[in-house]
Design a protein around this ligand. Structure first.
Ligand SMILES: *Cc1c(COP(=O)(O)O)cnc(C)c1O
Length: 468
C-alpha cells in the first residue's frame, strides 16, 4: 500500500516511511492511495476474532510489506495485553438502541492508549530494522503526555522527553507521567505555561542542527498509524452489533478529528456505518462547520473536557481531501486560506456530501454536567465529561429507529473526578492498579523556559545523540 499527501506535493511513501515521517513534507497529511474494501465473507469471518487478532487483520493491508504477519500479530497482542478488561473495548447497553464502548481500559485510562500502545511498538520494530534510534519530544497539558510515555517506556530505539507546565497540570495527570520508572523516560517541568512548552518543542523542531543530532520525532495525532489503530474498534463494535448484516452509527467526542476520522475510514472499507456524530464542547468549530460549511477559527475556551479544547482539528484535512474529490491543489488552497485568514468555506455540494455522513452537536459545561447526572440517574453508570458529550450527542442526533448508535467513552471518569463529582455527587475511584498512584515516587526535572537549557538537557541524555 502506498500513501499520498492531502496537499499533493509530497513524495508517495510506504507505511513504514509514513510512520516515521509523521507530517508530509508539503505540510499535508498522509492518506492511503486507495482504501481496501472488505467483502462480506471477511467481515463475517472477523466476528470470532479476539480484539488483538482483529487489530492485526484490519491493519494488515495498510501495513503492506513493512511487517510480517507474525510481527504485526506480536505487536497487537503485546499492545492490548496490559488492558484491564478482557474484551479490551467492552460495550455497555445504555438504552434500546444506545451503546457505550469503553476505550479507557489501557494504562493511562484514556482512549489514546488504544493507538499509542501499538504506535510505540511499531516505531521500535521499524527502527530496530533500520538500526536507528530516535528522540521523541512532546509538550502536554495533560493526557497525551502520559499516553506517549506509556507507549514509549522501555523501548530500545526510543528516548522520550515530555514537557509539561510546572504546577499547571492536575496531580493525577502529573503523577501518571512522573511515576513511570523507565530509563528512557524524562519528565521536564517547565517554569511557564503550556504554550511555552509547545513553543519550546516547536523551536527544537526548527533547530536543524539539534533536530538531526538527536533524530527528533513526534507521536502526535496526525500520524497515520494512530488513525489506523483506531479503525479497529469501529469494526469491533459494529461486528458485535450485527454488521455486516445490520447498520450501526457512532457518536464521538471530538477534538482533533482523529478518532472520528478513523470511523470514516472504517466506513470507506465497507463497514455499514449509517452516521458519524461529532460531539464538541464549547469549542465548537466543527459543529459550526457542519451547520454552515464554513470552518472559522475562534479563541479557545477552557472547559471541563480539556482534551477537546482545541482551535484547529488537524485531522479534518484528511476528510476535506476526500470531500474535495481528492484534489490536493484544492486542499492546499483551503488550508492556505485558513492559515492566512482563519477561515475557509466549502461549496453547498461539498457540505451536503459531508452531512450525508456526519452530524454534530456542541454541549457547554452546564449541559455536559447535566448529561453526566442524567445518565447516572438513568443507568447507574458514571461517565467522564468527554464521554458524556458523546452519549448526549448520540441521544440527540440518532437518525433511524432500530439502528444502534455506539457512543465512544474516551476517558475513565476518575481521570476527571472533580467535574464528575460536581455533576452527579459521586467521586469515581481510580482502578485498583492505580490506587497507590498518590504514594509512588516521582521523577521529574524542573527547568527554566529557556531553549538552550532544555536542548542541552536532551542532548546529554538522548541515546540517538550519543548522550548516554
Ligand atoms: C484526545 C481526546 C479526545 C479527542 O480525540 P480526537 O482524536 O482529538 O478527536 C476526546 N476525549 C479524550 C478523553 C481525549 O483524551
Amino acid at each position: 500500500m502506498r500513501y499520498i499527501s492531502t496537499r499533493g506535493e509530497a513524495p508517495v511513501l510506504s507505511f513504514d516511511e509514513v510512520l516515521l515521517a509523521g507530517l508530509a513534507s508539503d505540510g499535508g497529511l498522509y492518506v492511503p492511495q486507495a482504501v481496501p474494501v472488505v467483502d462480506v465473507a471477511t467481515w463475517d469471518a472477523w466476528r470470532t476474532l479476539s480484539y488483538a487478532d482483529l487489530a492485526a487483520a484490519v491493519m494488515k493491508p495498510f501495513v503492506g510489506g513493512a511487517l510480517t504477519d507474525a510481527e504485526l500479530s506480536e505487536i497487537t497482542h503485546a499492545a492490548y495485553a496490559g488492558f484491564d478488561h478482557a474484551a479490551v473495548a467492552p460495550l455497555k447497553q445504555f438504552d434500546t438502541d444506545l451503546w457505550v464502548m469503553e476505550l479507557f481500559h489501557g494504562p493511562t485510562l484514556a482512549f489514546k492508549d488504544m493507538a499509542m500502545q501499538v504506535l510505540g511498538r511499531l516505531f521500535d520494530n521499524l527502527l530496530a530494522k533500520r538500526q536507528k534510534r530516535i528522540t521523541i519530544v512532546g509538550a502536554t497539558s495533560g493526557d497525551t503526555g502520559s499516553a506517549a510515555i506509556e507507549a514509549c517506556r522501555d523501548r530500545e530505539a526510543i528516548d522520550v522527553f515530555i514537557l509539561h507546565p510546572a504546577g499547571r497540570v492536575s496531580e493525577v495527570q502529573r503523577r501518571q507521567m512522573t511515576t513511570v520508572s523507565a530509563q528512557n523516560v524524562f519528565n521536564i517541568a517547565i517554569k511557564g505555561t503550556f504554550d511555552d512548552c509547545q513553543d519550546l518543542v516547536k523551536s527544537m523542531f526548527a533547530d536543524g542542527n539539534f533536530r538531526d543530532r538527536v533524530s527528533l520525532s513526534a507521536v502526535n495525532s496526525i500520524n497515520w498509524a494512530r488513525v489506523l489503530a483506531q479503525v479497529v474498534y469501529y469494526v469491533w463494535a459494529a461486528l458485535r452489533l450485527g454488521a455486516p448484516d445490520r447498520a450501526v452509527g457512532f457518536s464521538v467526542p471530538t477534538g482533533n478529528f482523529g478518532n472520528i476520522f478513523a470511523g470514516y475510514v472504517a466506513k470507506t472499507m465497507g463497514l455499514p456505518i449509517e452516521q458519524l456524530i461529532v460531539g464538541s464542547n464549547r469549542n465548537d468549530i466543527l459543529t459550526r462547520f457542519f451547520a454552515s460549511g464554513e470552518m472559522a477559527m475562534s479563541e479557545v475556551f477552557p472547559t471541563i473536557s480539556p482534551s477537546m479544547d482545541i482551535q484547529i482539528s488537524s485531522n479534518f484535512e484528511r476528510l476535506l481531501f476526500d470531500m474535495l474529490g481528492r484534489d490536493g491543489t484544492a486542499v492546499r488552497g483551503a488550508m492556505n486560506r485558513f492559515r492566512q485568514s482563519g477561515r475557509f468555506e466549502v461549496s453547498p455540494e461539498v457540505l451536503a456530501r459531508s452531512r450525508a455522513v456526519f452530524s454534530a452537536l456542541s454541549l457547554d459545561d452546564a449541559k455536559t454536567k447535566a448529561a453526566i447526572k442524567a445518565e447516572y440517574k438513568a443507568t447507574g453508570e458514571i461517565l467522564d465529561p468527554h464521554s458524556a458529550i458523546g452519549v448526549a450527542a448520540a441521544r440527540a442526533r440518532a437518525k433511524t429507529p432500530g439502528v444502534p448508535v455506539v457512543a465512544l467513552a474516551t476517558a475513565h471518569p476518575a481521570k476527571f473526578g472533580q467535574a464528575v463529582e460536581e455533576a452527579c455527587g459521586v467521586a469515581p475511584k481510580l482502578p485498583p492498579r492505580l490506587a497507590d498512584l498518590m504514594d509512588r515516587p516521582e521523577r521529574l526535572t524542573i527547568l527554566p523556559n529557556d531553549l538552550k537549557t532544555v536542548e542541552d538537557y536532551v542532548l546529554a541524555r538522548s541515546r540517538a545523540a550519543g548522550g548516554r
